[in-house]
Design a protein around this ligand. Structure first.
Ligand SMILES: Cc1ncc(COP(=O)(O)O)c(C=O)c1O
Length: 374
């Protein structure tokens, strides 16, 4: 019987998997936090919750984020979600209609493309470079098309690893004010910085309420909690709370929120995050060393400085999807670039994740991949 989303043969090293290593999922931490919360004898955590999320939890989350972001976060600008995916879907629900256009980066997070397709949205990809979205290209595009929103992963991008520079962030927000569209900033990797401190989150450049920032506990605690947040202007939060989903079901995940509130109050969340950063920094370095050892002649790549991924560029005439068939026969796998394209491009790219496996498996995975890359 299958119980998690993944069902991998034990012999396969799938560097395409973008999930936390099961051995790093914090079972004891969650037990301690749940015990702390349940001992308080307050049954309200089992009641329908207030639509924007429990105020005490939002206050605690704001404290945690203010310290992690290095910028003050206002609890009244937080709205609790069942993860970044649910936040993004709710934004589509409340701020788009089928047939509307949304802009994305090329490459972009592949499952966001699925979500936009589910909502009947028309997706246009915009170019990126080593500094993230090319904002000048966006400006040109805005002369002909006005999107409902632009979706960006500004920090430690999935899949490319790049981080949008501070000046581009400001320029992007200015354009959103000038042309009247929202910037939906998926900032789920922001707190996972290993060698490079990113600029402040997108949402902190937002003077007039055009940025909707998505955050999540999936990458810093556990995806199975299905817990995240949106940080944005109060009028946008008000509009989110007026959805049928919230009016009928109440705020999202009040029980989990209460447990995670204890995890933050007890300092357990911060301790866990520091441990993840320590481990992922080493894994990133080990994957990179293996890439230099085995693939330096055929692939180009850049240290992402944080997040989960390396993005490899192969020679133009190589189709990563075709390589994948051969790689699987040798017990290795990855995500081909085409999956991250809004226009069926990026065929000569591949995404590798360095958090799911330990360093020995990462090295062995790269060694196996190198046997199929010319
Ligand atoms: C950019 C990005 N957004 C969202 C998600 C999913 O987040 P959540 O588990 O909070 O829905 C992921 C997970 O891979 C991701 O990489």
């Amino acid at each position: 019987m299958q119980i998690t989303q993944l069902n991998l043969p034990a012999t396969m090293i799938d560097l395409g998997v973008g999930q936390p290593d099961p051995t790093l999922l914090p079972l004891a931490l969650i037990r301690q936090a749940a015990d702390h919360r349940l001992r308080q004898g307050d049954p309200s955590l089992l009641q329908y919750g207030t639509e924007s999320g429990n105020g005490y939890f939002r206050r605690e989350l704001a404290r945690f984020l203010s310290s992690g972001y290095g910028v003050a976060v206002d609890p009244d600008r937080l709205f609790i979600t069942a993860g970044a995916t649910s936040g993004l879907d709710l934004v589509c629900n409340r701020f788009t209609k089928p047939g509307n256009t949304v802009f994305v980066e090329e490459p972009t997070y592949f499952l966001a493309l699925r979500l936009f397709a589910d909502r009947g949205l028309n997706v246009i990809g915009l170019p990126t470079d080593q500094n993230g979205l090319v904002v000048e290209a966006l400006e040109e595009k805005l002369a002909e098309t006005r999107p409902a929103f632009l979706y960006t992963v500004p920090t430690f991008h999935n899949p490319s690893g790049v981080t949008l520079t501070a000046s581009r962030r400001e320029h992007l927000v200015r354009l959103s004010e000038q042309y009247g569209f929202y910037v939906v900033a998926d900032e789920v990797y922001h707190l996972l910085a290993y060698t490079t401190a990113p600029p402040p989150p997108m949402v902190s450049c937002d003077a007039s309420g055009t940025v909707i920032s998505l955050g999540s506990f999936s990458k810093i605690l556990a995806p199975g909690l299905r817990l995240g947040w949106i940080q944005t202007a109060p009028d946008i939060i008000h509009r989110l709370t007026r959805s049928g989903l919230l009016l009928s079901g109440g705020g999202m995940n009040p029980f989990t929120s209460a447990v995670v509130q204890s995890a933050i109050e007890l300092g357990l969340q911060q301790k866990h995050l520091s441990r993840l950063i320590h481990i992922y920094r080493q894994r990133s370095a080990d994957l990179e060393a293996a890439l230099h050892e085995h693939l330096s002649g055929s692939a180009t790549f850049k240290n992402p400085g944080g997040g989960f991924f390396y993005w490899l560029r192969l020679p133009n005439d190589i189709d990563a999807t075709a390589l994948r068939k051969e790689a699987k026969k040798r017990g290795a796998n990855f995500q081909p670039g085409i999956n991250f394209s809004a226009a069926a491009g990026l065929r000569n790219y591949m995404r590798l994740c360095f958090v799911y496996y330990d360093s020995d498996r990462l090295r062995e995975g790269v060694r196996r991949l190198a046997t199929v890359i010319p």
